[in-house]
Design a protein around this ligand. Structure first.
Ligand code: SAH
Ligand code: SF4
Ligand code: F3S
Length: 462
C-alpha cells in the first residue's frame, strides 16, 4: 500500500483534489523549493504520496548544472513509463532549473509533459495544474517577478529539527561554465523581516538548526525594516539573536565576497556551525581567470587562514571542477597543491560539463575525457584522505549533536549531526529526536561515526 504523508488538512473537500508526488534533484535550493511545493499543494487540497505509484500529479524539481544531472530526470521519466507508474492520466509537472533552461523545448522533447515551471514560478503550480485539467493544453510558465514566489507561499510545514531558509534567489556572478544565472535569473535578496519571520515560524515548530541558502549568500543585500540595505553579516547577528536558534549554517559562500565582517560574525557567534562550504573550483590562477572567478589561489589560501584564526575548529569543504577547457597538467598540479595546502574537509569534485549558452561552451577543449577522468580519480583519492583525516581527528572527542532521526540501519540507534557536519549514530531513546545532545565519539567509520550518549537525563533537560 502506498504510504500517505503530509495530510495536515482535514477537509474532505480538499482531499478530493487528488494526490501528488514530488521528485527532487540538485542542490539544497531545490530541496527548499520542493518542500515549499509540498506545502503549497497540500494547502491547495492535494495529498502527498511518498512514492510516485498512483499519483495524479508527478512534480519534478530538476537540476541543470551538469549534463548528467539533466539526463537523470529524462531517464527517470522513461523508467517510470516503462514500469507503468506513469499512465496517460498522470499529470507531469516538469520544474526546477531544467524547466527554466529548456522551457517550451521540454514539450517538444516529451509531448506528454503537461506543465513546465521554473524555480521562480513554483508557487503558480496549483493554478497551472487546474488550467491543464480544464483545457488539456500544455502550460509553460517559467518567468516571474523577482521574489513573487516567496510572497505567495503558505506557511512552512513541520519537517524535523533542521530547516533550510532561502535568503536569496538567483546569481549575478556569471562564472563562464555555469548555467545557474540563466536558470534562476539574477540575484534577488529577500527582505530581512521575511527571512526572520520564516526562522521564527521554524523555531516555533521545534526547529533547532537554521540553514540559510543562496547560490551566493555572501552577496546578500536584503532590505531592512527601515529601508536600508542589510548585508549577510548583519543578518547572521539578527538570526543568531532569535530565541530557539541553536545552530546556524549558510551555503554557498563565494570566495569573491568573503569579507572581514562575515569572518568577524563567525568569530563572534558560537551558534554558527564549525563547517563552511567555499567552492574554490581550481588552484590555477590562469583557469580561475578563464572561469571568471575573481580571486586567486593565494587569496583563497589567505581567506582560509583568516577563517581558521577566527574559528580554529572550522572544517572547510569545497567544490572543484576538473578538466575546464584547456586545463593543462600544470594547472591541475596547482589544484592538487592547493588541496594539500588547505586540507579540505569533505568536498565535491566534478568533470567539467559543457552547458549550452555559457561563455565557456565556446572555448576550445582539447583535453581527452579519459585524461580528465584520471585526474578526477587522483583528486578524489586525495580529498578522501583528508576527509578521513578529519574524521579520525574527532575520535575520542565530545561533540554536541543535533538528533535528526532514527538510524536507517537499526531502530535502536539515533542519527545525529555534529557542528562540523559529520553523521554520528548512537544508542538512545526516540524522545531525543529533535534535541541537541552531547556524545563521545567512540568509533570512526568511513563515512559515519559511532557515538556514546553522555548522561541522557542531563541531556534531556537541555
Ligand atoms: N554558487 C556556487 C556553486 C553552485 S553550482 C558557487 O559559486 O560556488 C555547484 C557546483 O557545481 C559548483 O561549485 C561547481 O563546482 C559545479 N559546476 C557548476 N557548473 C559546472 C559545470 N558546467 N561543469 C562541472 N561542474 C560544474
Ligand atoms: Fe554559478 Fe558562479 Fe553563480 Fe556559483 S557564483 S551559481 S558557480 S555563476
Ligand atoms: Fe542545479 Fe539549479 Fe541548484 S542547476 S545546482 S538545481 S541552482
Amino acid at each position: 500500500m502506498t504510504e500517505i504523508t503530509g495530510i495536515r488538512l482535514n477537509s474532505n473537500v480538499k482531499l478530493q483534489m487528488g494526490t501528488f508526488h514530488v521528485a527532487v534533484w540538485g542542490c539544497q535550493m531545490n530541496v527548499y523549493d520542493a518542500d515549499r511545493i509540498r506545502d503549497l499543494m497540500t494547502a491547495s487540497g492535494y495529498v502527498e504520496l511518498k512514492e510516485p505509484n498512483g499519483a495524479d500529479v508527478i512534480i519534478l524539481v530538476t537540476c541543470a548544472v551538469r549534463a548528467k544531472a539533466e539526463d537523470k530526470v529524462f531517464n527517470q521519466i522513461g523508467s517510470w513509463r516503462h514500469k507503468g507508474i506513469i499512465s496517460d492520466d498522470t499529470v507531469i509537472a516538469f520544474g526546477g532549473c531544467v524547466g527554466s533552461e529548456l522551457a517550451h523545448q521540454i514539450i517538444e522533447i516529451d509531448p506528454d509533459i503537461a506543465i513546465v515551471f521554473g524555480p521562480r514560478t513554483a508557487h503558480r503550480l496549483p493554478a497551472m495544474v487546474a488550467q491543464f485539467r480544464a483545457t488539456r493544453e500544455p502550460v509553460v510558465d517559467v518567468t516571474a517577478e523577482a521574489l513573487e514566489k516567496f510572497d505567495s507561499l503558505p506557511e512552512q510545514g513541520q519537517r524535523g529539527p533542521s530547516a533550510f531558509v532561502t535568503i536569496m534567489e538567483g546569481c549575478s556572478n556569471n562564472c563562464t561554465y555555469c548555467i545557474v544565472p540563466h536558470t534562476r535569473g539574477g540575484e534577488d535578496s529577500r527582505p530581512v523581516q521575511d527571512v526572520i519571520d520564516e526562522v521564527i515560524t521554524h523555531v516555533a515548530n521545534g526547529v533547532k538548526e537554521i540553514h540559510l541558502l543562496g547560490q551566493n549568500v555572501n552577496s546578500y543585500r536584503g532590505m531592512g525594516p527601515d529601508g536600508s540595505i542589510v548585508r549577510l553579516s548583519t543578518l547572521l547577528y539578527e538570526i543568531a539573536a532569535i530565541d530557539g536558534v541553536e545552530r546556524l549554517r549558510f551555503t554557498t559562500s563565494n570566495p569573491m565576497e568573503f569579507t572581514d565582517d562575515i569572518i568577524q560574525a563567525i568569530a563572534d557567534l558560537p551558534v554558527i556551525a564549525d563547517s563552511i562550504h567555499i567552492p574554490v573550483q581550481s588552484g590555477s590562477d590562469r583557469i580561475l581567470q578563464l572561469m571568471r572567478r575573481d580571486y586567486t589561489a593565494d587569496s583563497y589560501r589567505e581567506l582560509v587562514a583568516k577563517l581558521r584564526k577566527a574559528r580554529p575548529n572550522i572544517f572547510i569543504s569545497t567544490d572543484i571542477i576538473v578538466g575546464f577547457p584547456g586545463e593543462t597538467d600544470e594547472d591541475f598540479a596547482q589544484t592538487m597543491k592547493l588541496v594539500d595546502d588547505v586540507k579540505f574537509d569533505a568536498s565535491f569534485s566534478f568533470i567539467y560539463s559543457v552547458r549550452p549558452g555559457t561563455p565557456a561552451a565556446d572555448l576550445e577543449d582539447n583535453v581527452p575525457l579519459e585524461h580528465k577522468r584520471q585526474n578526477l580519480y587522483a583528486l578524489q583519492a586525495k580529498l578522501e584522505d583528508y576527509a578521513t583525516m578529519y574524521s579520525q581527528s574527532l575520535m575520542g572527542t565530545r561533540q554536541r549533536v543535533l538528533v535528526e532521526g532514527i538510524s536507517r540501519k537499526s531502530d535502536q540507534e539515533l542519527k545525529a549531526r555534529t557542528s562540523n557536519n559529520r553523521i554520528v549514530v548512537f544508542e538512545g531513546s526516540r524522545d531525543l529526536v529533535g534535541q541537541m545532545v552531547d556524545v563521545d565519539i567512540i568509533k570512526v567509520m568511513s563515512h559515519t561515526m559511532k557515538g556514546q550518549l553522555i548522561n541522557s537525563a542531563l541531556n534531556l533537560s537541555n
